[in-house]
Write a protein that binds this ligand. Structure first.
Ligand code: ADP
Ligand code: MG
Length: 686
């Protein structure tokens, strides 16, 4: 056989035939490299050897002892075979039973010493173990007395088979384990060698070794990720950006129906300083729902227009684009500035008109959806690109929009307050402004988490609020009675009909993602105009939409939503002067669901909620399914490994600054890994 490499098929391993190879493939493992990176999902601590007399009911533990009675084989009903014997140590005795494993009799001899590991049962004064792992006390300890890896399994694979395959892979690959880290980085951050890391992440010598191994692999994973993102993003432009002329912001502010908050002014000042610096701006404005980010964006657009430049504003949905279009033209029209819209649902003629206005420079701002990215969109002199997002745009999309101008300034607005480090990895090395102040007069939204037994009272409450002229949102997790009718989830369409029956005199509307953009817009506009009392929807209303008269948000099957998502939903109410409420309905009895919903009832602070969300759900679900755009991480846990993330991130930045394309020979492996990551993550890579 050729000497094995990382690309060698796992079928080269003994014990891995066609069937097992297929099972491994289901876990995403096809070659030795994949197997080495198939990290344990957990570990079992078998290091502590307990005296038999100290064993407690239900615990799993190791004991050392001598077999005191001849192992006997007996058959009971149904052909079940039992092997029984007694083990003793200095402290007491243990009854060991094996079911249907009569072959163990040949391996176990009375009078000899063994180690056993298993779950303890206590019956009166007697202690027992059933089907324990065991080995002769004299052996080196492969299944007892050590830390055991626990792997993710699938049918056709058991722990022993995976362990044996990994063991062989480690031995075969030897020093050829994958190492994406340049030697210099390994030294600088005092990381262990790759070979040591792979050995000890699978078969830890002890807990210190495991910690060292994990730290190295987490660092490596995050470092490769940061490099991949860096490659995608391209190096930060050191060259000139558009330098804007000074303008008096007070002129803009004084045209508003309200005074901007201190936090809004601060964010705008920071952005303006960037845009006057001569370097392209790269800034994230974070602000809780309702903090007034749109106004901050408008001020920047106004500022750019005062220097004669155009801006583009990209929103994730048609509804939002329409709403921003309206709001922004409201802010800018008094200055004779022209705002135009560009979305997929516009007619060819409407689009042509917008495109013409952009090329001629007759319009100062174009608000749109992804439609802005299409090839025929050309600006006369685009200087500012704003994206309003829920992490829905990827690096590539932002870059495509920026390419419409000559190194334009970039402003990203996010309502999900994300921890700084996570922002770094998603957005790269950008500057952050935080709008940490709500406009005056905002009231706390009173929030309740209840079971569906409260339905009658909730309906009474709907009756009362609509009687006072208020409007109500009801959010359901599903559009219609779907594939799996037994999942007990509320569907928007079904629930809308129910509510209409319950309140025949009220106007109930239903909106969801499967409607045509036009239909959605029509219903949203009707709701905004007060022509609908109860709007039942899926999460399409999650972001942005502004209806100050809505005072009640009801979320059905609240357990299905992430905390940050619930916070977004709740942000749809309490936008006017009316006292507002949020009712989270869930019949889930799960401990963590209750804990999560309790967070919502205790705080209205988006930052606190985001942190709790990250802690409780982990980053995978943090932004809702598939919205964060990060590839799946195998070892790193962004909640727990924030510190390593920070170090890895800045190390990656330094490296890319020196070698932007990772073209130096010593970066070849790193480049290969980063490119592979980009490829696997495909288009949704952020
Ligand atoms: P978000 O940050 O969630 O995008 P918006 O920009 O939609 O928030 O603003 C929420 C609401 O607050 C809007 O109706 C907006 O007109 C209003 N608003 C923004 N800034 C102020 C302010 N300084 N004073 C009073 N109302 C404001
Ligand atoms: Mg907004």
């Amino acid at each position: 056989m050729q000497s094995p490499t990382l690309n060698t098929s796992i079928k080269a391993l003994s014990g891995v035939g066609e069937a097992r190879a297929r099972a491994f493939a289901r876990l995403g493992v096809t070659d030795l490299g994949g197997l080495l990176s198939f990290f344990p999902r957990a570990y079992e601590d078998r290091t502590v050897i307990k005296p038999i007399a100290m064993l407690m009911e239900g615990e799993s533990a190791c004991v050392h002892g001598i077999i005191a009675t001849e192992p006997t084989l007996s058959r009971v009903r149904g052909g079940l075979e039992l092997v029984k014997f007694r083990v003793v140590d200095d402290s007491g005795s243990l009854d060991v039973t094996f079911f249907n494993q009569s072959y163990v009799r040949s391996q176990l001899h009375r009078g000899e010493g063994y180690s056993f590991y298993g779950r303890v049962s206590v019956m009166g004064a007697r202690r027992g173990m059933t089907n324990p792992a065991f080995e002769p006390e004299s052996s080196e300890g492969r299944v007892t007395g050590r830390i055991m890896p626990v792997y993710r399994l699938t049918s056709g694979l058991n722990q022993r088979a995976v362990m044996s395959a990994v063991r062989q892979a480690l031995d075969l690959v030897g020093e050829g384990v994958p190492d994406a880290l340049p030697e210099e980085i390994v030294r600088r951050f005092e990381l262990c060698q790759a070979r040591y890391a792979y050995e000890n992440v699978h078969f830890p010598a002890d807990f210190t070794a495991l910690a060292l191994a994990r730290r190295r692999l987490v660092f490596e994973e995050l470092f490769v990720l940061a490099c991949a993102l860096g490659l995608l993003r391209g190096s930060r432009e050191e060259r000139d950006g558009v330098r804007l002329r000074e303008a008096e912001l007070e002129e803009f502010y004084s045209s508003l129906p309200f005074r901007p908050t201190g936090a809004q002014r601060r964010a705008v000042n920071e952005a303006v300083a960037d845009m006057r610096s001569g370097r392209p701006m790269d800034r994230l404005i974070q602000g809780d729902v309702g903090s007034g980010k749109t106004l901050a964006a408008a001020a920047c657009v106004w500022y750019a227009a005062k220097s004669g430049y155009q801006s583009a504003f990209m929103a994730p949905t048609e509804i939002l684009a329409a709403q921003h279009m309206e709001t922004l033209s409201g802010f800018l029209a008094p200055f004779g500035m022209v705002v135009r819209k560009l979305t997929g649902s516009m007619t060819a003629r409407e689009k042509r008109e917008t495109l013409a206005a952009l090329t001629s420079g007759e319009c100062q701002l174009c608000v749109g959806t992804h439609a802005l990215l299409t090839e025929d969109v050309e600006f006369k002199n685009l200087a500012l690109v704003i994206t309003d997002e829920q992490h829905r745009f990827g690096v590539a999309q932002r870059a495509a929009l920026a390419a419409k101008g000559n190194r334009p300034h970039i402003l990203i607005m996010s309502a999900t307050p994300i921890p700084r480090t996570l922002a770094l990895i998603i957005y790269g090395d950008l500057d952050v402004s935080i709008i940490d102040e709500l406009p005056p007069g905002r009231q706390k939204v009173d929030t309740f988490a209840v079971g569906s037994a409260y339905r009658k009272r909730i309906n009474n409450f709907i009756r009362r609020l609509t009687g006072e002229g208020r409007q109500v949102y009801v959010v359901c997790p599903r559009i219609e009675e779907g594939e799996d009718l037994n999942d007990g989830l509320m569907s928007a369409e079904e629930h809308a009909s129910e509510l209409q029956r319950e309140f025949p005199d009220l106007r109930v509307g239903c909106v969801h993602g499967r409607l045509k953009a036009r239909e959605k817009d029509a219903i949203m506009s009707a709701f905004a105009a007060g022509d609908i009392d109860i709007l039942v929807s899926t999460t399409v209303i999650e972001v942005g939409v502004d209806v100050p008269n809505a005072a009640l948000m009801i979320v059905e099957n609240a357990e299905r939503f992430g905390l940050s998502q619930l916070h977004q939903l709740r942000g749809r109410v309490g936008r006017g002067t009316h006292k507002s409420y949020c009712i989270l309905i869930s019949d889930s009895k799960g401990e963590d669901t209750r804990e999560r919903l309790a967070v919502m009832t205790h705080t209205n602070d988006g930052f606190k909620i985001a942190e709790e969300d990250l802690r409780l759900r982990g980053p995978g679900d943090f932004f809702g399914s598939r919205q964060h755009g990060l590839p799946e991480l195998h070892v790193a846990d962004l909640g727990a490994d924030m510190d390593v993330l920070k170090t890895a991130q800045s190390a990656a930045m330094d490296l890319l600054a020196a070698d932007p394309g990772l073209l130096w020979p010593e970066h070849a492996q790193l480049r290969e890994r980063a490119l592979a990551l980009i490829e696997t993550a495909g288009g949704r890579f952020n």
